[in-house]
Write a protein that binds this ligand. Structure first.
Ligand code: GDP
Ligand code: MN
Length: 391
């Protein structure tokens, strides 16, 4: 699950990392009020940033500075009118603008290959790290952390020195350690600060000091571990969730959309993968991975059918159910109900074996469904139906 910058910053603050103050505004008027507050507290300028779940907002015109409340209102309105990479901007972050001396990149990422959290840093921050990685891989420092001990102090110091942050050693070590701690505390698979910046600050006596601050934050949470952190569910941004993903989640279905034309409805992840393999072997392309889970009842089957049919590329459906806890007749009833409600007529091939398969067969035949006894046959029929639909 991706979360907005403002929410990611809250998690960093909770772990003790230095982040400048901010407010979230949904309208230009709210942004103006926030700007007035920060300017009144002594900020020379405010920064206004689009809150959308895509990178590269700066380049797309979604990050701007403003020196007065009037300007902040205008700039906020302009950003709220934007669409960034196809996503309409619905809210902005407003905060005191930092006076940046230099930008760095620092992140903790889960590396599945080595099964470790890796700390990544670069003195070439601000720009997209993918670009640095492609053009100057030597400019990126990576350190593997220990699965049990986390980031050890000597590693944090090594990162600081290799990035040229020796003058800010204490802060850099605290931030690097905090990043890895944030990863572990929330079961994130990415915590990224870009830019981590050396910021100039004028004290009350006018003397300028420099310190490190996290100016941007990106946190991706591991969906499979979210159950361990019920409070993080509140950070899900429904505005930016794909409608199909939301329906699947609410119905308790595992649904992953793919590019093919054959919708698959299966119970069990292993069987779903096998079904996709057999569709491919029969010369077709699956439109999705869909696991309706064990013990699915009629309403769940109907929801699965709605999800499949919402994909306009789908021109044939293959239902493959191995009845164990899931009862075949229950699935058959769900299919019949779903077909009565469905908006468009798509050929469907059904294979149900296992618990109550005979009852299912009677129901499906009465309702004039195409059935198949073997999975190979079912896949072949579905692929033929799909090809006939385009011919
Ligand atoms: P992104 O483009 O989506 O990654 O958004 P960022 O928050 O990283 O902002 C992009 C760039 O805008 C940064 O690399 C900075 O150069 C600049 N920027 C962001 N916040 C501030 C700020 O408070 N002050 C100044 N002067 N520049 C900022
Ligand atoms: Mn950034």
């Amino acid at each position: 699950m991706k979360i907005q910058e403002a929410d990611a910053k809250s998690l960093l603050v909770a772990q003790g990392l230095p982040v400048p103050a901010w407010a979230v505004a949904h309208t230009a008027t709210e942004a103006r009020a926030a700007a007035e507050r920060f300017l009144g507290e002594g900020a020379e300028k405010v920064v206004i940033k689009a809150q959308v779940l895509v990178g590269g907002r700066g380049k797309a015109g979604g990050v701007k500075l403003a020196g007065s409340a009037d300007e902040a209102e205008r700039v906020a309105q302009a950003i709220l009118d934007l669409e960034i990479k196809g996503i309409p901007v619905r809210k902005v972050l407003v905060g005191p603008a930092a006076d940046i001396a230099k930008e760095y990149y620092l992140s903790a990422v889960l590396d599945r290959a080595s099964r470790r959290i890796i700390l990544m840093g670069s003195a070439e921050g601000g720009v997209e790290i993918e670009q640095v990685a492609a053009e100057r891989p030597e400019a990126i420092v990576t350190l593997p952390t220990d699965p049990l001990l986390g980031l050890l102090p000597f590693q944090a110091r090594e990162m600081a020195f290799r990035l040229g942050l020796g003058a800010h050693l204490k802060d850099a070590v605290a931030i690097a350690t905090g990043l890895v701690r944030t990863m572990q505390a929330y079961d994130a698979d990415l915590v990224e600060i870009n830019p981590l910046a050396i910021v100039r600050e004028a004290g009350a006596d006018g003397a300028v000091t420099q310190r490190l601050q996290c100016l941007d934050a990106k946190v991706n949470l591991d969906d499979s571990a979210l159950y361990r952190h019920p409070s993080l569910e509140a950070l899900r941004d429904p505005d930016e969730e794909d409608p199909a993903d939301r329906e699947a989640r609410e119905a308790g279905l595992t649904f992953i959309k793919l590019d093919g034309t054959i919708g698959c409805m299966v119970n069990g992840a292993g069987l779903a993968m096998t079904t996709m393999d057999l569709v491919k072997r029969a010369g077709g392309e699956p439109a999705n991975f869909l696991d309706i889970g064990g013990g699915a009842r009629a309403d769940k089957v109907a929801a699965a059918m709605r999800l499949i049919l919402a994909d306009t590329k789908v021109n044939a459906i293959l239902v493959n159910i191995f009845g164990g806890i899931t009862r075949g007749d229950e699935v058959a009833r769900g299919l019949i109900e779903a077909r009565a409600q469905q908006a468009r007529d798509v050929p469907m091939v059904v294979r149900i074996v296992g618990t109550n398969a005979a009852e299912a067969d009677v129901l499906l035949r009465e309702a004039q469904f195409h059935t198949a006894d073997t999975l190979d046959d079912a896949a072949a029929q579905a692929v033929a139906a799909s090809k006939a639909a385009v011919a």
